[in-house]
Write a protein that binds this ligand. Sequence first.
Ligand SMILES: Cc1ncc(C[n+]2csc(CCOP(=O)(O)OP(=O)(O)O)c2C)c(N)n1
Length: 669
Amino acid sequence: MTVEPQTIKQLGINTVRVLSADGVQKANSGHPGMPMGAAPMGHVLWAEMMNYNPQNPEWANRDRFILSAGHGSMLQYSFLYLTGYDLTLDDLKQFRQLHSKTAGHPEYGLLAGIDVTTGPLGQGFANGVGFSIAQKHLAARYNKPGFDLFDYTIYAICSDGDMMEGVTSEAASLAGHLQLGNLIYLYDDNHISIEGSTDLAFGEDVAKRFEAYNWHVQIVADGNDIAAIAAAVRNAQAETTRPSLIKVRTHIGFGSPNRVDTPSVHGTPLGDAELRLVKGYFGFDPNESFAVSDEVLAFYRAAGKKGETTEANWNTLFAAYKTEYPELAAEFLRVSSGKLPDGWKDTLPVFAPNAKGMATRKASGATLNAIAASLPELIGGSADLAPSTDTNLNAYESFSATNRAGRNFHFGIREHAMGSALNGMALTKGVIPYGATFLIFSEYMRPPIRLAAIMKIRPIFVYTHDSIGVGEDGTTHQPIEQLISLRSIPNVTLIRPADANETAQAWRVALEHQDGPVVLILTRQNLVIIDQEKYTPATELEKGAYILSDSDTPAEVILMGTGSEVQLLMQAQEQLKAESIAARVVSMPSWELFEKQDAAYKEHVFPKALKKRVAVEMASPLGWHKYVTDEGTIIAMNGYGESAPAEQLYEKFGFTVANVVAQAKALLA
Ligand SMILES: Cc1ncc(C[n+]2csc(CCOP(=O)(O)OP(=O)(O)O)c2C)c(N)n1
């Protein structure tokens, strides 16, 4: 190992290495090895390549940075501090402590300058594909000759772990196919992961693999050669059709005489003795911690300062654009603020009562197509199921390598990458993305759902074919535990509308919702369209649960349910009435929205004194106990379904009017 002469750049890089190791040491937890090896890549990006303004971390045309190897967070924190973001040396000393901005892994929203929360390997890689898609789409929508408003690049640093994760393969395949030339990913190729050498489990030629994905691939043999890294990044910038991967051979824990190139430096503090050796190796005072020389700080602050001018120039460009294209400028300002246009709600469809009914997936499709023109920010697609999920915007084209203005996205059969890409899109102000598949395949995209929830961002996940009602496709396609499993994710709002009008209202609520993802759960089979004049209007869906139909005399029993089961409740209410039993029907499309209501409203819907309650949902019974109380009954699925016509399954598992009536009567007996 040789170190270049202590030029200011080299001193800066070594400062980041030592700061990172100091931060981990002080926290007595964290990952020192990755930042020590990858600091030169970080330097090239923050000091030489990226456009960003620490004074305005949200500047719309900034380059995006993703630390896909989120465990190397001290690398990002060090550069954010040095370049002048709202972060102090004390914040670095508070790494991983309660209430600090410097969490174990970078967290969006906690610290300005973090474009996305990372940590679960592979996610950042795939989020970048969504960032890239959104950039291309915004550029197609708003750029005009002489006005390249959106020409930013998406940079990421990825690790061996990122390269091994499956979602990376999905996302890389999609990115290559879509020719996302605005992606520049640096691969921290250090040959070490937690259990030892990557040879243990990882042998393919990553460069060839990415070439096969239609990526532009370069190799930098020496990860300390900043000129070579910079040259590769410049080549990547010049390559505008293929996404770029730069495979940089680095050494984990570089500078640690006893632990370089070993897994022990991946996720364990160096220890005082070894840290002193590291400082000595780089010519730092072993007795000093968190040392940042004035020259180094001045050097990186100057790099950060350049962004003020770059942004000011962009603001001038935007001001001229406003004069030239006032409507587009106003539209961009609106969509990027997250505000929906006045009057858009008037475009929501109202469905006439109809006993034959309509599947809620169909109602969703009708709603999407009715509102699409008034909401240019609404874009989305599916994982090869658009004809089944009914999510195509029929008046619009498809997004592709040659048509970036298209609003329909074909993610291919890549649910996981679709979810991660939706997160990257949702993090780009100016678009509201949705993505669809069958509810059962939400299982393939839980990691991004959870991350969207942590970040409180709002992609809309559309899941159809929501129960044993799918019938003949059988157990593998019949969701059982998915509803409760999605409801268990904090910050997720799940809505399972009962008919076409509730579906239109579910879209309204989803689009107005600001903090966290909304999951729409829709049927394949037709559902009766409830009369909006005769019963409580579907606009009440926003309260999560509402009395859809009350009894004429004080209710003796409450029948509650979601989605397709509500029509059973309505018929059961009629039959009970014929037997002089007063039943109240509560449509409960969203537990989460209901929990946000005040105590008086909750008491109004579910009076404490009225404990005879029946809940019906064709899914796991888990969680319904809270609403039925211990005096109630739950009609639900206690195991898997079966391959058979749906009507036979309803009969077999008790989802019939007769059974609802029988259970209600049993409670009252
Ligand atoms: C999806 C996921 N699985 C497992 C982990 C736990 N983990 C953190 S880092 C890591 C692998 C470390 O290897 P590498 O990616 O090469 O990072 P480096 O050793 O270079 O720091 C693992 C398995 C994770 N963060 N995400």
